[in-house]
Design a binder for this molecule. Structure first.
Ligand SMILES: C[S@@+](CC[C@H](N)C(=O)[O-])C[C@H]1O[C@@H](n2cnc3c(N)ncnc32)[C@H](O)[C@@H]1O
Length: 293
């Protein structure tokens, strides 16, 4: 991919094929898709536009823009860090090393909250561990939420969330707070507490993909010895932050849902504790409502 004579012969399709093989060799899972995203980013076109230009030869400047992107992805940096953005529901969010890259399953957590919210009038919510701000911003733009608190313990994550809010929250419905858990509410009560908290146990680090283990912030991943520290804190503290009948909606790690539902059952403040599955049938969400006194 480097010699001058070669350069003459690089077309869009040939480069996609070569890069796909190269990324596959580095253990990248969706190598073809990622190669296309990287090239589209380097050429500043939409990915699908590449399909109309397969035979177009690439000029040296285009190859120069593409090469460093491919190198970063080959080192297993997340695609979204390399191209600087991530899709989440209707939003295109800025993404970088300051916060967790939003995941498709978290879009379902938002859907659970929106489904519950339907027909309830104007509501308020707290998104604990907001990261890029994806959940808070999606609720503010799609749901009947007049006020959303986006809370994070990480100043870096909040800085990124604020940058995303500048684009996606024109009415400034989300207020951003640097705090641990629900302390960020300053004593206010809300109708919904939603969280995709850190839930990985420290000794599970070796099992994580390099994209996650080596590039995402530790504060976004790990939560105590068994990964449940932040979740248990929310189960204890959310009753004091929720209106009676209010919703707690949590994304949890694989294998954690049933035990967290049981913890909610055992705690007198909760009712309707329910486990929900993700797109692939895995138990990934737990919801409950605050019991009326
Ligand atoms: C798994 S990431 C989720 C980010 C985002 N909500 C999402 O779904 O993509 C967890 C976030 O929680 C934050 N966090 C960790 N412990 C926290 C705590 N005790 N209180 C508030 N935020 C916390 C981390 O900084 C990180 O941004």
């Amino acid at each position: 991919m480097t010699t001058a004579s070669d350069t003459d012969r690089w077309t869009v399709l040939r480069l996609i094929r070569w890069s796909t093989e190269y990324l596959e060799g580095k253990g990248v899972e969706q190598a073809r898709l990622d190669a296309e995203h990287l090239l589209a980013h380097a050429l500043d076109v939409g990915r699908l536009q590449l399909y109309l230009q397969y035979d177009r030869p690439l000029v040296p400047e285009e190859l120069d823009r593409f090469r460093p992107l491919l190198r970063r992805r080959a080192r297993r940096e997340p695609l979204q860090h390399v191209i600087g953005r991530a899709a989440f529901r209707d939003l295109e969010l800025k993404a970088d090393a300051r916060a967790l890259v939003p995941r498709p399953e978290t879009e379902l957590l938002v859907q659970l909250v929106l489904d519950w919210s339907r027909g309830r009038g104007a509501l308020s919510a707290a998104d604990v561990g907001t990261g890029t701000g994806c959940i808070a911003l999606a609720l503010a733009s799609e749901g009947p939420f007049e006020r959303v608190w986006g809370i994070d313990i990480s100043a870096d994550a909040l800085a990124l969330a604020r940058e995303n809010a500048a684009v996606h929250d024109p009415d400034q419905r989300v207020v951003w707070r640097e705090a641990r858990g629900l302390a960020g509410l300053d004593g206010a009560t809300v109708d919904v507490v939603v969280s995709n908290p850190p839930y990985v146990a420290r000794d599970e680090a070796d099992g994580l993909a390099p994209e996650v283990r080596d590039f995402e912030p530790d504060t976004a991943l790990y939560a105590g010895e068994d990964g449940r520290e932040v979740i248990h804190e929310l189960v204890r503290e959310a009753p004091g932050a929720l209106e009676a009948g209010g919703l707690l909606a949590l994304e949890v790690g694989l294998g954690q849902a049933a035990s967290i539902r049981d913890t909610l059952h055992a705690h007198g403040a909760w009712e309707n504790a329910t486990v929900h599955e993700d797109y692939t049938g895995r138990e990934r969400f737990v919801t409950a409502t605050r019991r009326h006194e």
